[in-house]
Design a protein around this ligand. Sequence first.
Ligand code: FES
Ligand code: FES
Length: 167
Amino acid sequence: MSVVTLRVNGATHEVDIDPSTPLLYILRNDLDFRGPRFGCGLGQCGACTVLVDGAALRSCTIPASQVSGEITTLEGLSQNGTLDPLQQAWIDEQVPQCGYCQNGQIMTAKALLDQNPSPTGAEIRLGMEGALCRCMSYYRIQAAIKRVVEGRVTASDTVATDPGEEV
Ligand code: FES
Ligand code: FES
């Protein structure tokens, strides 16, 4: 066991862990961030995606002890209780079906738009490749991303009252 320091959503956390423990387990089980999900555990589905220094990272396969950057989880997207435009667009388009993959979809989309705020349809499809949805909500995911790109997100007073709220 050893003490590992993680920066998550702007706060510093120290956890005493087996250094080989995947980041996902620490986020969910030790720090209670329930946005990132366990899907495959093999880095192949995207359900566990978080941002590290703005880049999408699959947290199920990387040891927490190897992560030194600023981690952002789904809970960290809302600012001062107001949803991120992507979260609002997801509501506008009623994207989720079972919802299980949606953390990974939104976090992957966030990384995509932060890197390229005006992607074409083809660039959206390419950027979201590998974020798997067994409910096949891909069309609505792409529509929600286009809403943000085109500035058509509902002006919203939607407030995230629970920091663990999943959209
Ligand atoms: S749970 Fe991490 S990629 Fe599937
Ligand atoms: S909404 Fe069910 S897996 Fe994507």
